[in-house]
Design a protein around this ligand. Structure first.
Ligand SMILES: Nc1ncnc2c1ncn2[C@@H]1O[C@H](COP(=O)(O)OP(=O)(O)OP(=O)(O)O)[C@@H](O)[C@H]1O
Ligand SMILES: [Mg+2]
Length: 457
């Protein structure tokens, strides 16, 4: 298992003829090639460390560069600039097969002519690590040039040549033996169990396949072909195939998006359990709030090719670093209202005014007489009696989900300002009803309207 470190990652794609350039190139964000008008910069100075064994979830809106980042880590896209470290190896120039990374795509690709067992075993049989070590030994043997030793004269050269020949012969023998074994395994694979030839390697492969199949509960499907599986079963086989290889790093790009809600929930917890058992460093891309909040040790939020914040799920929810994160995490999203601030602690809006808790005084001192953006989550607005510190609203939509009810309301004196409110399900509310809402003052978020950064109390 290994830590993954991304250092100053940039990725640009060449522009197609007639395609407009992306506009987000401020000086600070400009990519190394931003002056080059024939490219489209998709990743901009990404810095991210995923600790050894950590489950990192990557979320962000469509097109923000999540898949491009995963594909770059896997080696399927060449970087424009930056470094990718896996453990202590700089992998920038290594081909995908040598990075010891397994990737599961949204559109799983199973080998259609192989059974589930063989799909799972495929990567193990062709263990790139083994192949690589053979290639390296052959290359290094080829490169060895014996130097004559003065005291031994030609004797040393002879000894070295003999040892070279011995290694080459044994390597060849080993390879021939492996090929013969593979042949026997292949020929006898479809015979009754007792008649199948099982090499030591195939026994080890079988053990690993069975372990992964048990973990993913697909043991009963091992003899089937992919066309005989449901979408959810295929997806689990695709996951299993990546896991069976026991790589240093798993990359998963929305692996559950083709599954129905129930299967999605089940597979979600299976992936988390498996990751905990295997301890494999994992980067998991999703659009789904629940997956992001429940699966990851930490979440990295991306927007427009940049990482906005990296934190544990509840920290992101409770302390979003900027407006983008505040709006992106949470469903329904946080409400925002423009307000005026007067030192030391007064917040005012045409419809309401209230005094903030003392903890805000220091960080808000420089905002005296200025505008701020107030953020409040739907669950931190509650129905209360009329008061100047409360908001008068009218109910536009009632969404009763059973375990909770969401209201969409608009300010009575400013109907264009809409808010979302969570209320207890037992409270019956009609569309058109007028209510007063209280803001939980210890739960508010404040943002600088110019920088969009959060101000912390
Ligand atoms: N091969 C390519 N050539 C040119 N542009 C590309 C290429 N691949 C991706 N892009 C562009 O890069 C941007 C990021 O794409 P990417 O697939 O990484 O987004 P994403 O965050 O994974 O989105 P989604 O959530 O929809 O999967 C998009 O604007 C996309 O059009
Ligand atoms: Mg994608």
């Amino acid at each position: 298992m290994a830590k993954v470190v991304l250092e100053n990652i940039y990725k640009s794609f060449p522009l197609r003829q007639g395609e407009p350039e992306k506009d987000a190139n401020t000086t600070e964000n400009a990519s190394p090639d931003s002056s080059h008008s024939t490219s489209n910069t998709v990743l901009r100075r990404i810095n991210l460390t995923v600790e050894d064994g950590e489950f990192m979830v990557l979320v962000g809106p469509s097109g923000c560069g999540k898949s491009t980042l995963l594909r770059s880590i896997a080696g399927l896209e060449a970087l424009t600039a930056g470094n990718i470290w896996v453990g202590d190896r700089l992998v920038n120039d290594l081909p995908p097969k040598d990075r010891d990374i397994a990737m599961v795509f949204q559109n799983y690709a199973l080998y259609p002519h192989l059974t589930v067992y063989d799909n799972l075993a495929f990567g193990l049989r062709r263990s790139e690590r083994e192949k690589k070590s053979l290639v390296i030994s052959q290359q290094s043997l080829g490169k060895r040039r014996p130097h004559p030793h003065p005291s031994l004269g030609g004797k040393k050269e002879e000894i070295l040549n003999q040892s070279n020949n011995w290694v080459v012969n044994n390597l060849e023998k080993y390879q021939v033996q492996r090929r013969l074994e593979d042949l026997l395994v292949g020929i006898t694979r479809n015979l009754p169990k007792g008649l199948r030839y099982l090499s030591e390697r195939e026994k080890a492969v079988g053990g690993r396949v069975m372990k992964v199949a048990q973990l993913l509960q697909i043991e009963s499907l091992l003899h089937r072909l992919p066309k005989q599986l449901s979408g959810g079963q295929k997806q689990r086989v695709a996951l299993g195939r990546a896991m069976a290889r026991n790589p240093e790093v798993f990359l998963m790009d929305e692996p559950l998006s083709n599954l129905d809600a129930k299967l999605r929930g089940e597979t979600r917890s299976q992936i988390v359990q498996l990751q905990r058992q295997l301890g494999t460093t994992t980067i998991y891309v999703t659009h789904d709030q629940t997956e992001a909040m429940t699966m990851g040790d930490r979440i990295a939020i991306m927007n427009a090719g940049q990482v906005q914040q990296v934190a544990q799920p509840l920290e992101l929810y409770n302390k979003p670093a900027n407006l983008f994160v505040a709006e992106f995490i949470g469903s329904p999203p946080m409400n925002f209202l423009p307000v005026q601030f007067t030192a030391p602690l007064l917040i005012s809006h045409p419809q309401f005014r209230f005094t903030l808790p003392d903890i805000w005084a220091k960080s808000l001192r420089k905002y005296d007489g200025k505008s701020l953006i107030l953020g409040i989550r739907p669950e931190h607005l509650t129905i209360h009696p009329p008061a100047t510190k409360n908001l008068s609203v009218q109910v536009d939509v009632v969404e009763a989900l059973g375990h909770e009810t969401y209201l969409q309301v608009s300010l009575t004196d400013a109907p264009a300002v809409r808010l979302q409110v969570r209320v207890p399900p037992e409270r019956s509310i009609r569309v058109g009803e007028e209510l007063w809402l209280a803001i939980a003052h210890d739960k508010i978020h404040l943002f600088d309207p110019d920088t969009e950064l959060a101000i912390f109390g």
